[in-house]
Design a protein around this ligand. Sequence first.
Ligand code: MFK
Length: 574
Amino acid sequence: MPFTQTPPALGNQYDDDRVLRSYLARVLPADVLAEIEPALREMGRLSGGPLYEMQLADRLNEPRLTQWSAWGERIDHIELTPLWRQAERIAAEHGVVATAYERRHGALSRVHQFALAYLFTPSTDIYSCPLAMTDGAARTLLDSGNAALADRAVAHLTSRDPAEFWTSGQWMTETTGGSDVGLSETVARQDADGGWTLHGRKWFTSAATSQMALTLARPEGSGAGGRGLALFYVETRDENGRLRGITVDRLKDKLGTRKLPTAELTLNGTPAIPVGALSEGVRAITPMLNVTRTWNAVSASALMRRGVALARDYARRRFAFGATLDQQPLHADTLAWMQAESEGAFHLTFRVVELLGQLESGEMDDNGPALLRLLTPIAKLTTARQSVAVASEAIEAFGGSGYVEDTGLPALLRDSQVLSIWEGTTNVLSLDVLRALGPSGIEPLQREVRRCLASVCEPSLAAPARAVESALEHADAWLARATTADRPALEADARRFALTLGRAVEVALLCAHAQWSLDAEHDGRAAAATRRLAADGIDLIVHVDRADSAALARDEPVATATPAVEVEDARHIR
Ligand code: MFK
């Protein structure tokens, strides 16, 4: 009988997730945890069992666009795959969006909701995308002050009844740019009786089967840039189910997120309602961006967790060179790195989730608004990059099998890759971190770090705590120097700066959690993760000569000799 390798297996994804369970035990009152735990356990069962099996069985299915009926009618019907149809039903019934708006546990309802989302996401092939936009649309409509639109849509967006549940699109991207949204060319026209229609092309509309969308368009005669755009509400179909002045030109053929029907749409007289003012559209849509960016971080953490769970299980089964992989020192070291990265990402992500809940329920302290504004892009960009790295390592942990499609493993890497692109690339988000810095610079983060480290007394956490403080001091000093320099210098270093802040806050949050876990659970694993994450490096701000970068980027001759790297900066080079 030739040898056959047993595949990796998953158990209940709630019961098996030490990081999630330990975190919930710390932040939730015991009665709240006892109340919500059955729902989390059920989602963990679905995610590790039936949904995971269905995901593997659904692997080759993709959404299909049928543009014409047999009799020549333009219908633009998109058929979703069985997994996604099932995911929509489960998401509605289990309140993966609704939980946040029912607010049974005040600010902590966001923690409850995103714990569900975190468990649900890895087995549903990025169904988190339509849910993220749905959540963002509900938040934006509620915040907009437009009671008529909120009354009309929010009950659907937050329904637990699959027959009533709506998803929302977020149509922002046009051919002129996904990042520089102010270049949008879609025009809004007002007719004689005051109604508005949209005319233009939306180039990257995710989850194009949604019942409604929030989108940007420039009212005729309005000025240029993001300030000349307005935010509009669109219901995609009329009472007969026909698209309202929308044609689906084609579905995108993407590297990953293959279940997600991302479409190119032409809007030709699409009826639309202004959500608020007829200008400042970019600012008006930012509540949606900040919610979807939070979902992005939750999805990144969830995909990392899935990669670690599969790689760890496989390492216990796979025998090579005289022992199972988990007994091999170098493989164990790799798994430890993956675990530490995902653990840091988890705590950063859920800190943003806590703050979002506090903001929404008016339970925030004075540091909260500035901290949330900074941490949202930081968490999005940091966890997305971690997720790509961890997914890549997870694939490699299976050797050649990880590279083979019918294991289902390659999707993990493909789907992770989108997380650093949509909702703002790493570079665009790094620039958003600069935008988010108020007059006090990184002080809101330093306060947060001081809060985290105040409780830490375990001696082995002293070095990680010092590394956090030193990285933040360096970031602060860089900022003080950079803000007096020219803007290009500031921008060129923005990514290293943002990632340093992200890693510093991750280690600080992990330090605090690790101390709690040692005290309350007598468990040293979070402390081990803290030491490992810190050992792999926090401070990424290195001396980079901008003339070198300009020459290298364009492959042009280096005009002048590069000055020697200063000793102070050299210590940060690795
Ligand atoms: C799995 C989970 C995730 C699933 C999501 C799936 C859906 C994916 C579909 C998409 O990808 S939708 C497209 C997403 N596109 C983006 O995220 C756009 C990326 N580009 C940016 O974020 C740019 O930074 C931005 C478009 C905002 C730049 O535009 P502008 O016009 O140059 O912005 P400007 O003038 O700096 O800012 C306008 C106002 O908004 C300012 O306020 P004031 O008017 O009071 O001065 C800014 O401070 C404010 N602002 C900008 N970003 C903000 C913000 N406020 C709060 N939060 C923010 N993030």
